[in-house]
Design a protein around this ligand. Structure first.
Ligand SMILES: Cc1ncc(COP(=O)(O)O)c(C=O)c1O
Length: 243
């Protein structure tokens, strides 16, 4: 039986779809496909971390052009795992203050130290200012740059900084799947070590909650795989990689 309280909440919940309450709201332009795919997974033996994950990872690689992709539970987890692989304790990392806190928190999770660099008018980290920091301090090991709101960073400048100062670069593409810069797709990692995506419902595409890491380096991929929460499919992948 539904009581008055639940009924009122139900109508409130239903009304929220017509009001301007976008947080976590999502829609699909292909309900049939959505039902077919999600019911396939719900009926399968793997509710999570099953073969559909591998399919999804392959689709990310195909779309972005990156060699390797790892799907994880959200963008924060993607940043966390990436940081555990890319950074060492006490590394200094240049990053942007114009981001969700997961970007800089992930640096702290790895025991490294974020240094905030100012942004330019387009909301992106100022790469010229980054160079000033790099010139002065050779103990800076990485840049964590956010492609803010679908705007990618200048890829030529990223490549220049990476090659000249021998630093690691992580592109936080949480809100930028589908973005391009000179035909380089976000997540392609043409000029970075790793990139991450978020598939939270406020992002361009959603998996409910979800995230992914992409990279072109096998050494990173091999280090990332065992850090994923243990699951049969992940273990199989690792086994296949090794044998
Ligand atoms: C730039 C950026 N990075 C990382 C994240 C974290 O993603 P998630 O919410 O999937 O953990 C967000 C989330 O809004 C974000 O905006």
């Amino acid at each position: 039986m539904i009581g008055g309280y639940q009924k009122r909440n139900f109508w409130k919940w239903l009304r929220s779809f017509y009001k301007n309450e976008p947080y976590s709201l999502w829609k699909t332009n292909n309900w049939k496909r959505w039902f077919r795919n999600s019911s396939y997974t719900l009926k399968s033996d793997f509710l999570t971390t099953g073969p559909k994950i591998k399919e999804f990872e392959d689709a990310i690689c195909k779309y972005t052009g990156a060699k390797y992709s790892i799907a994880v539970s959200n963008g924060t987890a993607a940043l966390h795992l990436a940081s555990l692989v890319l950074l060492n304790k006490n590394d200094k990392v240049l990053t942007t203050p114009n981001s969700f806190l997961a970007t800089s928190n992930s640096i702290l999770y790895a025991g490294a130290k974020p240094i905030f660099v100012d942004i330019t008018n387009d909301g992106l980290i100022d790469l010229d200012l980054c160079e000033e920091y790099l010139k002065k301090d050779s103990s800076i090991k990485a840049i964590y740059a956010v492609s803010f709101s679908g705007k990618m960073l200048n890829q030529e400048k990223l490549k220049y900084l990476k090659d000249t100062y021998n630093i690691k670069i992580l592109e936080d593409n949480a809100h930028s799947i589908g973005a391009t810069f000179n035909n380089i797709k976000a997540g392609n990692c043409a000029n970075s070590d790793m990139s991450i995506f978020s598939f939270h419902p406020v992002k361009h595409i959603t998996t409910g909650e979800g995230g992914a890491i992409t990279t072109n380096f096998k050494k990173y991929y091999e280090k990332l795989l065992p850090k994923k929460p243990k699951n049969y499919w992940g273990r199989n992948l690792l086994w296949f990689e090794k044998n």
